[in-house]
Ligand binder design. Structure first.
Ligand code: HEC
Ligand code: HEC
Length: 519
């Protein structure tokens, strides 16, 4: 039943479960002088079709590479780990696992951007990516695969009065059942109507049973994986986009035993993906910063990067949430005294696994706000339209997707909170002018804007309407969710140069650093 619940949650999230407040009507354009767009809200930017084709071709290329890697691998008991990882990679780049066979997981998560959105046109505008049904868009920024499996199983710590762990911006992939949030996360997109669009998890298992790498799946997980008696209409049912109707929530009709087998095989699909995401090919800990930690006798960081790190763990208090392995509390130390040698020996993940409401404004450029009418399949992603408010962890806790009824009582105090992202690879991009979106709704478009927001949120005046040209420079809009806004940031007193130094430090967190001597 869990998958059904996860799916119900996506739908419930889409319907905007907790919209108790109404939001004043907003103007229909979101012109940002820094990002230079002026697309009417909800409209699909011209040129998207070519970009979609480019990414589809890139996805296919990686899938072919992974098939070749598998074929070149001797299948022996001493390559079990490599086999399992290649399987995970094959799953992540397989377009056949979506309803229209056009959207792999990685369509929204490509390696050149640290496994987040690969289309700058969308990062600048819609932030969210089209699903397998191309007219449907979700409402959040794609997160990254990188380091996702390092988040612990979601738990509530009564002493700290805080949640730790979980995947997704709202932590809803708890990991309670598979004891791995990233494995449970992977079970959601295939049946999310705005993403891969399958009407039933059994459809994913059926497509796997027809895949080129079926025998690899059986090698890794056992030959029972696909011993399932499929109904004769399975292919037809699985080519019709979800969500399934409430009258027939599992449209692939199976015996109870076969449904149980589908569930296990589907869990193994998720586990294979998490296993690959955790492997050094995706999560390698090879940034310049890691190199500096390991070579404290060398001057690895440039003077600006080092000043940026000292601000990060000092005056700017970034490391109170994005833990950098520095043993001492940033607030108590004199940053100028800190040297890399004092950093902890473990590789820090730049997150404390909690969540916070940073007071970000709504991003009306996300097309989701326009998706309030049923599409040609009768599905309306967001019936609430513009009045939808994304309450993040709070919405998850009060939704049917929350697997622990004890947690419901905390929902109000988690409204507006979102996962504290890892900062590893935040600057990874294929070229310097490639625009990435930041934060759960992609409202910020550069690392400079991010740092400027933390620095000046409570110092600059509120903007005058959505068209205020000073937006993101000399004014900020009001928060989307006024409750629980974090008060430790917003007034950091950083100079423009100090903001730039923090940005310089963030660029040292990109994996794949090659030290000068080794070049
Ligand atoms: C249509 C675009 C799209 C597709 C396809 C997609 N994702 Fe995502 N992914 C997202 C978005 C958006 C989020 C954040 C969603 C949220 O928080 O509600 C996300 C979040 C994640 C996260 C969470 C990382 C973290 O730190 O918590 C992981 C891991 C991930 N996706 C992996 C996958 C896998 C595996 C698949 C395929 C089974 C997949 N994605 C398919 C857009 C996509
Ligand atoms: C109170 C905890 C907290 C502090 C302090 C903090 N952050 Fe964050 N950070 C978060 C949370 C939570 C998010 C995600 C928020 C969201 O999307 O709504 C985030 C997101 C980010 C992102 C975007 C990541 C992405 O993939 O979109 C960057 C970059 C970032 N923080 C950098 C910094 C820097 C630099 C500082 C110091 C100036 C800092 N943070 C201070 C909690 C914090």
């Amino acid at each position: 039943m869990k998958r059904r619940t996860l799916m119900a949650l996506s739908i419930a999230g889409a319907i905007g479960l907790a919209v108790l407040m109404t939001f004043p009507a907003m103007t229909v354009t979101n012109r940002d002088p820094q990002k230079g767009n002026g697309h009417p809200q909800g409209s699909i930017p011209p040129g998207l079709e070519q970009e979609i084709q480019r990414v589809e071709a890139d996805v296919d290329r990686v899938e072919q590479q992974a098939l070749a890697q598998w074929q070149a691998l001797p299948i022996t008991s001493s390559t079990r780990m490599q086999q399992a990882r290649i399987l995970g990679k094959l799953l992540l780049f397989d377009e056949n696992l979506s309803v229209n066979r056009n959207e792999a997981c990685s369509f929204c998560h490509m390696p050149e951007t640290d496994f987040t959105g690969p289309i700058p046109l969308l990062n600048r505008t819609t932030v969210s990516y089209p699903g397998s049904v191309r007219s449907r868009f979700g409402h959040r920024k794609p997160q990254t695969y990188t380091y996702a499996p390092f988040y612990p199983v979601l738990q509530y710590n009564k002493t700290q009065q805080d949640f730790y762990g979980g995947n997704f911006w709202d932590l809803r992939a708890t990991g309670y059942k598979l004891q791995n949030p990233a494995a449970e996360q992977a079970l959601d997109p295939p049946v999310d109507p705005n993403e891969m669009g399958m009407p039933d998890t059994a459809c994913v298992v059926h497509r796997l049973s027809q895949s080129q790498y079926r025998s690899l799946f059986e090698t890794v997980w056992g030959v029972q994986a696909f011993v399932i008696k499929w109904p004769s209409n399975v292919a037809a049912v699985c080519s019709s986009p979800g969500p399934a109707s409430a009258r027939d929530p599992f449209p692939v009709h199976l015996s109870k035993e076969d449904r149980g087998r589908v569930d296990s095989t589907y869990d193994q699909f998720g586990q294979s993906i998490a296993l690959y995401e955790a492997s050094p090919e995706v999560s390698p800990f090879t940034s310049k910063f890691d190199y500096a930690l390991a070579h404290t006798d060398q001057q690895v960081l440039s003077p600006d990067e080092l000043s940026g790190w000292n601000l990060f763990r000092g005056k700017a208090i970034c490391n109170t949430c994005h833990l950098d392995g520095t043993a001492s509390s940033a607030k108590q130390t004199n940053p100028s005294l800190l040297r890399p040698a004092e950093a902890a020996s473990v590789a820090p993940l730049f997150t404390d696994f909690t969540s916070a409401n940073l007071g970000l404004p709504k991003n009306p450029a996300v097309p989701y706000y326009d998706e309030n009418k049923p599409d040609k399949y009768g599905y309306a992603p967001n019936p609430r339209g513009l009045s939808f408010i994304d309450k993040g962890v709070g919405d998850f806790l009060r939704s049917p997707g929350n697997p622990n009824s004890d947690w419901k009582q905390y929902a109000d105090s988690f409204d507006g909170k979102f996962q504290t992202s890892t900062l590893r690879n935040v600057d990874k991009r294929p070229r310097p002018d490639f625009v990435k979106a930041y934060m759960h709704n992609g409202y910020l478009k550069s690392l400079k804007q991010v740092v400027h927001f933390y620095n000046t949120r409570d110092v600059l005046p509120k903007c005058k309407g959505a068209d205020d040209l000073g937006q993101k420079i000399s004014c900020w809009p009001a928060p989307e969710v006024a409750a629980n806004v974090d008060q430790t940031v917003g007034r950091l007193g950083l100079t423009d140069k100090e903001e730039d130094q923090i940005v310089a430090f963030l660029t040292t967190l990109t994996d794949g650093y090659v030290p000068p001597a080794a070049k």
